[in-house]
Design a protein around this ligand. Structure first.
Ligand SMILES: Cc1cc2nc3c(=O)[nH]c(=O)nc-3n(C[C@H](O)[C@H](O)[C@H](O)COP(=O)(O)OP(=O)(O)OC[C@H]3O[C@@H](n4cnc5c(N)ncnc54)[C@H](O)[C@@H]3O)c2cc1C
Length: 432
């Protein structure tokens, strides 16, 4: 194999938001980039809720609000706590909301077309099987058919990143650090969506769903309105799924049939069903993100802020920051780990690792106290509103006393004490 003919400056594996943002930033600086994607086209393999966020997306695609295939502009966030038959919701509405619902198959394809226009060479339907190394430096990739060489390889190959594992930068993900997500896209008339979700024109709503069939599990549900469909899904850690002995779609069926959810999707027809993993390990599980000749971006580096449902923005900005380091490396002809570690420094100085650091203790506390915070207190919130809204000729003071007493009788004082300490620890680590 002639190395010279098959050599470029940067090879990126994976055309998701991380890989495309990385590629486009490099191409704009006049660098040669080859972006390799295993799917038929960018986005064909990608699954998400979901929303992309205006500010970070604009950093990569300044005109995306007018040019990209967007579904709806999200202006409502509904936070729903489902009990077995009841629910409590809080809706936050802001007509200038900062995100859009998109269908990844369409959006990623559009984004990849923008990258092509800027000079990125995209090779689709090609799986990178392994990384090529020489003298302890990554020097290229091997696909099913060929070997390609480059000064730098950037891994944007998503949550599983077999390639990062292959070179020892990542370990096997533990089942508690990854959620399996399933979702359905349900077709509904645009006007019906507008009526049911209190929207007009192209306004959109996001639903964050706690509890219901997932009570006590580390899992959340979600709903997004698209132009003429609704996406509904949930993600549960693999650990809890295995323990539950139930299949993810059984949980989804239960969410869909909950009295607070069913009327929103009634009469719709199933358009699409898909499943995907989400990295849930948080800051403590972020691996080393570079080595000689190689950097890792997006989900491949476990860069997801699960509490805020943020993944695409961390993917895009990590891709951009890796590209900026690659540009300096190419200009100075230095592809050493030391040089590429500038990328890790820029991530640390950006919101990406700052936010992940802010929530560094979240997952530990969530695992330790999940029965409390994802079962007991969720039930109590619904129980409070049941008590508050019930008219039964019992004096209100007696209802309040009964409710407060139940907090101490339903749960051991020692457990309540541990819950309070956990909240204090969490808040402290978030604020300090
Ligand atoms: C159900 C669900 C809902 C979500 N909702 C949201 C949301 O609302 N908002 C949000 O911001 N984030 C959300 N996320 C997270 C978000 O989707 C990810 O964080 C984001 O897609 C990560 O981008 P990425 O480019 O790193 O990886 P990916 O988007 O996973 O892209 C990786 C790409 O690499 C390709 N690839 C993998 N291996 C190879 C190989 N060996 N050779 C060639 N190509 C390869 C894949 O085909 C894929 O195209 C959600 C995720 C899920 C699963």
């Amino acid at each position: 194999m002639n190395k010279i003919n098959n050599k470029t400056q940067v090879i990126i594996v994976g055309a998701g938001p991380a890989g495309i943002s990385c590629a486009i930033t490099l191409a704009r600086a006049g660098k040669q980039v080859v972006l390799i994607e295993r799917g038929m086209f960018a986005g064909s393999k990608n699954v998400f809720g979901g929303a992309i966020y205006t500010q970070p997306t604009k950093e990569i695609f300044p005109n995306f609000e007018t040019d990209a295939p967007l579904e709806r502009h999200n202006i409502i966030h509904n936070f729903m706590i489902l009990g077995e038959k009841d629910s409590t919701s809080i809706a936050y509405r802001n007509d200038f909301g900062g995100s859009y619902s998109v269908i990844r198959g369409k959006f990623d394809r559009w984004a990849a077309d923008q990258a092509k226009k800027e000079g990125v060479v995209i090779v689709e339907q090609t799986v990178v099987r392994e990384l090529l190394k020489e003298d302890n430096k990554v020097i290229g990739v091997k696909t099913e058919l060929e070997e390609y060489f480059s000064d730098i390889v950037i891994l944007a190959d998503g949550v599983n990143s077999l390639l990062a594992k292959q070179i020892g930068l990542r370990k096997e993900i533990e089942t508690k650090d990854v959620a399996l997500s399933v979702k359905e896209v349900i077709k509904l008339d645009k006007e019906i969506i507008n009526q049911r979700f209190n929207l007009t024109d192209s306004q959109g709503a996001i639903g964050e769903i706690f509890g219901g069939p997932m009570l006590g599990m580390l899992g959340l549900g979600f709903m997004y309105t698209n132009t003429d469909s609704v996406t509904i899904g949930l993600g549960i850690t693999l650990n809890d799924l295995v323990k539950s002995n139930q299949r993810p779609y059984e949980f989804l069926e239960k969410v869909k049939s909950h009295p607070s959810i069913a009327p929103l999707i009634e009469g719709g027809t199933l358009k699409e069903y898909s499943a995907h993993l989400i990295p849930e390990g948080g800051y403590k599980k972020v691996p080393k993100l570079c080595d000689n000749g190689v950097m890792i971006v997006g989900d491949a580096g476990m860069l997801v802020n699960n509490l805020h449902w943020e993944g695409t923005n961390l993917a895009m900005i990590s891709g951009k920051l890796a590209a900026e380091t690659a540009i300096v490396a190419l200009n100075t002809n230095d592809f050493s780990k030391k040089m590429l570690s500038k990328y890790e420094k820029s991530l640390k100085n950006s919101f990406v690792l700052k936010d992940m650091h802010t929530y560094r203790n979240l997952m530990d506390i969530a695992h330790q106290r999940q029965k409390a915070f994802l079962d007991y207190y969720l039930r109590k919130i619904n129980a409070f509103f049941e008590m508050f809204t019930t008219v039964n000729s019992v004096p209100k003071k007696q209802n309040y006393h009964g409710f407060i007493k139940s907090i101490f009788t339903d749960r051991k004082i020692s457990e309540l004490f541990k819950d309070v300490i956990a909240v204090i620890k969490l808040v402290w680590s978030i604020l300090i």
